[in-house]
Design a protein around this ligand. Structure first.
Ligand code: IPM
Ligand code: MG
Length: 363
């Protein structure tokens, strides 16, 4: 029996509901396999601020380091929005990424067949399908650059700095190329090299790394153009590699064109052998917290990524993804993916817990 230690950070809002649902699915996998998942729970985000005064207590970082992987729900909520920048719940997320060295953020954006009608793009475009993997740099750029405020003759000024060094670009570019090699050998690097010096270094470095991957077709897009092309011809994209901030923005756009942000998982990975962190890309949705209305599928699909990337349990990961596809094909929907106008008879509106149970049963 192989034991896997999973640090669970339920966090705020709908976080606890979706991580509970995900544990249910992982336990179902454990029940009929030779694997044992050992869960420990840790505080981070608003709930940690209330309990300890800190968004990311040292015990949480230590607990994550001792685990094989981290499952995170969501952090944040209006009651903590007025705290100073370094005390906000979001600090927990950035702190975990930095402390665990999670430089590569993998965000697949897939239009599930059963949800094709939820795609807000023209039906002709949706019919061609969407299956993109975003590889977002996660521990550098403007998120981690020098920032502050200073007094100037024209009053107070605030600044944030976008800075990338070659090593940072090289390693994320490699992640992008490796991902492209496992898929359709097509990589798009997104930058703003017509304006930003950091983007010019980015592009130069990506081109150098490309020499090691002659089979991969590489192209470059400026971020403004990329945001447009994603709407115009999403089926032309395979793997997209980009900076921390551009990846943040483009991955939300990609989430929207696949129908629901409640469906998209993510993996944040560091050096081999260190624990990866897995989280749905949606936020804490405080308006529906505790109401059993959240979609647990993004968190459940994040667990599938955990099995695939951290534990190398490929067939178990496939089983989860197929179970999710089956439950969707059977017509089960949480509120975010329930479509009033379409096939009402074929859809059944259910809650977070039921959705998680159905996935566990469909394994
Ligand atoms: C994300 C989120 C975070 C980010 C926030 C909550 C700090 O938007 O994971 O995309 O900007 O990275
Ligand atoms: Mg974001």
């Amino acid at each position: 029996m192989t034991k896997y230690k999973i640090a669970v950070i339920p966090g705020d809002g709908i976080g606890p509901e979706v991580t509970n649902g995900t544990r249910m699915v992982l336990e179902a996998i454990a029940a009929d396999s030779n694997h044992d998942f050992v869960f420990t729970e840790w505080l981070a985000g608003g709930i940690a601020i209330d309990a300890t005064g800190e968004p990311l207590p040292a015990a949480t970082i230590a607990g994550c380091r001792k685990s094989d992987a981290v499952l995170l729900g969501a952090v944040g909520g209006p009651q903590w929005d007025t705290l100073p920048g370094d005390k906000r719940p979001e600090r927990a997320l950035l702190g975990l990424r930095g402390e665990l060295g999670l430089y590569a953020n993998i965000r697949p954006a897939v239009l599930h067949q059963a949800l094709a009608s939820a795609c807000p793009l023209h039906p002709q475009i949706a019919a061609r399908g969407i299956d993109i993997v975003f590889v977002r740099e996660l521990t550098g750029g403007i998120y981690f650059g020098e920032r502050g405020r200073r007094d100037t003759a024209d009053g107070q000024q605030a600044y944030d700095t976008e800075a990338y060094n070659v090593t940072e670009v090289e390693r994320i570019a490699r992640t992008g190329f490796e991902m492209a090699m496992k898929r359709n050998r097509k990589l798009t690097s997104v930058d703003k090299a017509n304006v930003l010096e950091s983007s010019r270094l980015w592009r130069e470095t990506v081109i150098k790394v490309a020499a090691d991957y002659p089979e991969v077709q590489l192209d470059h897009l400026y971020v403004d153009n990329a945001s447009m092309q994603l709407i115009r011809r999403p089926d032309d994209f395979d793997v997209v590699v980009t900076t921390n901030m551009f990846g943040d923005i483009l991955s939300d756009e990609a989430a929207m064109i696949t129908g629901s942000i409640g469906m998209l998982p993510s993996a944040s990975l560091g050096a081999p052998g260190t624990p990866g962190m897995y989280e749905p890309i949606h936020g804490s949705a405080p308006d529906i917290a505790g109401l059993d209305r959240a979609n647990p599928l993004a968190a459940i699909l994040s667990a599938a990524m955990m099995l695939r990337y951290s534990f190398d349990l490929k067939s178990e990961a496939d089983r989860i993804e197929m179970a999710v596809a089956k439950v969707l094909a059977d017509g089960y929907r949480t509120g975010d993916i329930y479509q009033q106008s379409i096939n009402e008879d074929k859809q059944q509106l259910i809650g977070t817990k039921r959705m998680s149970e159905l996935v566990a049963e469909a394994l």
